[in-house]
Write a protein that binds this ligand. Structure first.
Ligand code: UDP
Ligand code: LCN
Length: 806
């Protein structure tokens, strides 16, 4: 039994548990989530006049702390306890405190009964279970190592491989033979046929290169090496070739995981990459801030550019420039014929400042032109994706003149397409979720039928399950994206076990301890976003124009509100007007605090100013709500709301102008998967207050380089800001200190250079392991395909039929 429950029963707190259970049963809620449970517990303690020691340190308080959910059924209570990261236990407690362990199946049935979707007479429901497919792969033991997959895999598989030296050397030799670029052989040629020859020739080559000057260019001794069996790819100078061959020599003679990683990371095997991001408006200008179009576009564009730079540097170092080897990165998105002034109707667009990075837009087939000619919400695009993948494959093969070396999917739709492409083209697949929708919407799976017409979660969650299991590796921006925190479950973790009543039960949706998970946070574009104090890099005319726009310009078309005192420090925020971004929550927090209004102005860059201009339901609701708050609390004269679409250059300078005015940035989202605006604000030098729910918890170290807020507690948030302002008044250096520490935090941990180096290294190492371990993924992929064709596809066709009649 759960140690937490046992401790309560063994202590003198048994009666307290019994009384608390009566309180829970008296509550009208049948399904209590963590917040409800904690509130109820606090009320219970107050009512029973428990002293604070009991409230906070009793065995019961610990049990309550780790209880994620309580479901009432008849007079019994089902406790879902998560006492450790990524580990859940379920118990049924009767009123007389007898306790039974419940299986996952029983839990899912209970949940179905709760929403009246359970009828045992109708027979069982499809049960999805991926666990058996992970039986043959290594599993991380310690939860703190989750997300460090590659290190673990490296150690584990090295020990397995090195245990059989003959087999290991054979695998290495075969792997080295594999590499080509546009038909040109790299690394080794036919002169090296056996392990013995490889080992000998490496030593001979080392001896030969040792006689050359370190700076001798590779071209000068290329043919001598070729005679020994070595083709280009080892290095661009004698010193670099010597280093690479010496690592290989060491690996052959005394293999160790570290050496293996070092060696594989040098192998030139990734030149052509596809980044799949179909939904939204994918472009370089005029798209940010539109519905569905935010951080993902920024992330993918920056990642693409930086991948090109990194691969180009690797090519140069590997000595492949002489073969004219050139990286090529294609961002695959959808072509939107009615593109509302953007370039989203253009098939091919070159990415600024790059040599060979392109946005390739492939249209959805014209099943129903009323829809496919226009932007389609990310919740509606499921019906078009299979045929989109087929068309995209053809276009990619033509553009690359062959297969890419790596396919990276983005968000649920991109990951599904990446899976379909990777399956067809037999290329390594990497998944990036950005944000998994399931945990964003409360009870989104339990009530999926009620939400289906609006959100189509049945397809999205199925797509997520398929893609995350098919992926060779998964990149997450934070640890908590995978397995949450001690008191909240992770986004991937929410796929572990859940019910989709009447559709299927997932008893094991993802192996969270799999080494496929790797935390690789994004960076921020340092050419657009840099500290306000780098005055020499700022353009004075831009600064003036944007300062005017932020504080004084009158432009009723795009700006709402005139400030009574533009000199007060600004509280600034910028986000899409999605409900979850909670810009209206920030307005309400400001509205309810007279003190905040007395000290600051509120300046928002968000969405549009007019409901009738928006085609997105959530955006429309948020626009109305914001006007309502401004009027209700009479915020006129204290708030400015800019419904503008900024270029990247302008958005960078806007942050710096806010910093010039000793402002602060507030990111009040109810949940934020990562939050690129937080990096942008911090690197610009603005003291940043960000939601504690989600990724910001890992970016910001509270009170050191920023502040964490609970945006659902308006008073507490206002007080935290006021406390900061008052400290700044007492100590003129305080603002500066937090500003500087924020800048340092980003430069030390969140740069694209760190990201791409790690990502490419992962791609190579997973590519190598997939080759050498000859892991049989075919059974898993067949299972995934079956689910795709039997669950996903019929629903997608049904959606298509429905969309055709619109
Ligand atoms: N952004 C923008 N204009 C807006 C709103 C957002 O340029 O009106 C940019 C912002 O600078 C950031 C991105 O869009 O680069 C938002 O990314 P984030 O990760 O913060 O949130 P998301 O929108 O992806 O949920
Ligand atoms: C999606 C989100 O919701 C943000 O939190 C992320 O920063 C963005 O994608 C980029 O990954």
């Amino acid at each position: 039994m759960s140690e937490l429950l046992q401790a309560v029963l063994d202590s003198g707190e048994k009666n307290d548990l019994r009384s608390l259970m009566s309180e829970i049963r008296a509550d009208e809620k049948q399904y209590l989530l963590r917040n409800d449970i904690i509130n109820l517990y606090n009320d219970f303690c107050n009512k029973c006049q428990k002293e604070s020691g009991f409230k906070q340190n009793s065995h019961l308080s610990k049990l309550i702390y780790y209880t994620q959910e309580i479901i009432q059924e008849d007079s019994n209570l089902c406790f879902i306890i998560r006492s450790k990261i990524a580990a859940q236990e379920v118990y049924r407690l009767t009123p007389d405190l007898s306790i039974e362990t419940m299986s996952v199946q029983e839990l899912l049935d209970t949940r179905d009964r709760l929403v009246n979707r359970y009828n045992p007479n109708d027979g069982d429901l499809l049960e999805i279970d991926f666990a058996p497919f992970y039986d043959y792969s290594p599993i991380i033991r310690d939860p703190k190592n989750i997300g460090k997959g590659v290190q673990f895999l490296n150690r584990y598989l090295s020990s397995k491989l090195f245990a059989d030296p003959k087999q290991w050397l054979e695998s290495l030799l075969n792997f080295l033979r594999l590499h080509q670029y546009n038909g040109i052989q790299l690394l080794i040629n036919d002169r090296i046929q056996t392990q013995q020859q490889l080992s000998e020739q490496v030593k001979n080559a080392i001896a030969f290169i040792g006689t050359l000057a370190e700076t001798e260019p590779y071209e000068q001794f290329r043919f001598q090496l070729q005679m020994m069996g070595f083709e280009p790819g080892w290095g661009n100078t004698a010193a670099r070739v010597l280093e690479t061959l010496s690592i290989l020599d060491e690996l052959i003679d005394s293999p160790a995981p570290q050496t293996l990683e070092e060696f594989i990371s040098r192998i030139p095997m990734i030149f052509k990459i596809v980044l799949v991001s179909p939904h939204g408006w994918f472009g370089q200008e005029g798209v940010l801030g539109r519905p569905d179009t935010g951080g993902q576009v920024v992330y993918v564009l920056d990642q693409a550019k930086n991948l090109e730079t990194q691969i180009a540097a690797d090519i140069e170092l590997a000595g492949l420039s002489l073969l004219n080897v050139q990286p090529k990165v294609i961002i695959l998105s959808r072509l939107i014929p009615n593109s509302d002034g953007t370039l989203c109707n253009q098939r091919l667009e070159k990415v600024y400042g790059t040599e060979n990075v392109w946005i390739l837009r492939v249209p959805f087939r014209e099943f129903n032109p009323n829809m496919t000619q226009n932007w389609i919400s990310r919740f509606e695009i499921w019906s078009y994706l299979e045929t989109y993948a087929i068309d995209a494959e053809r276009e990619l093969l033509a553009e690359f003149q062959g297969r890419p070396d790596l396919i990276i999917g983005n968000y649920s739709d991109g990951n599904l397409v990446a899976f379909l492409l990777s399956r067809r083209m037999k290329v390594t697949q990497c998944n990036i979720a950005h944000a998994l929708e399931k945990s964003k919407y409360l009870f989104s799976n339990l009530y999926w039928q009620d939400l289906e017409s609006k959100y189509h979660f049945s397809m999205q969650f199925t797509a997520d399950l398929l893609a995350m299991n098919a992926a060779h590796f998964i990149v997450s921006s934070t640890y908590q994206e995978i397995v949450g925190t001690p008191d909240s479950i992770g986004q991937y973790e929410s796929y572990k076990c859940f019910t989709m009543p009447d559709l299927y039960h997932v008893v094991n949706g993802i192996e969270l301890f799999s080494p496929k998970f790797n935390v690789v946070p994004p960076g921020v574009s340092e050419s657009y976003y840099f500290p306000y104090s780098q005055y020499q890099e700022r353009v004075e005319s831009d600064r003036k124009r944007l300062e005017e726009m932020l504080f004084t310009l009158e432009d009723s078309e795009h700006i709402y509100g005139k400030l009574d005192d533009p000199n007060k420090p600004p509280i600034f925020s910028m986000a899409r007007l999605d409900k979850i971004k909670n810009i209206t929550g920030l307005a309400e927090c400001f509205a309810q605090s007279k003190e905040l209004q007395a000290s600051c102005n509120l300046i928002l860059v968000a969405g549009k100013l007019r409901v009738e201009e928006s085609g997105d339901n959530e955006e429309r609701d948020e626009i109305s709500k914001l006007y309502h708050i401004i009027d209700e609390y009479n915020l006129h004269g204290k708030i400015r709301w800019l419904g503008v679409r900024l270029s990247k250059t302008d958005s960078g300078e806007i942050y710096r102008v806010i910093a010039d005015h000793q402002g602060i940035f507030v990111q009040p989202a109810l949940f934020e998967a990562f939050g690129l605006t937080i990096l942008e604000a911090m690197i610009s030098g603005i003291p940043t207050f960000a939601t504690q729910f989600g990724g910001p918890l890992e970016i910001i170290q509270d009170k050191v380089n920023g502040f964490l807020i609970n945006p659902t507690n308006l008073e507490e948030t206002a007080n935290k800001i006021l406390e900061f302002l008052s400290k700044c008044q007492q100590n003129p250096h305080y603002w500066q200190q937090i500003s500087q520490q924020g800048v340092e935090r980003v430069y030390s941990s969140y740069t694209w250079k760190i990201h791409t180096t790690k990502l490419l290294s992962l791609a190579r190492i997973y590519g190598f392991w997939n080759f050498t371990s000859q892991e049989n993924r075919e059974d898993l992929l067949r299972y995934i395909e079956a689910l795709f064709y039997l669950i996903y596809k019929p629903r997608a066709l049904q959606l298509l039929a429905e969309q055709s009649s619109r």
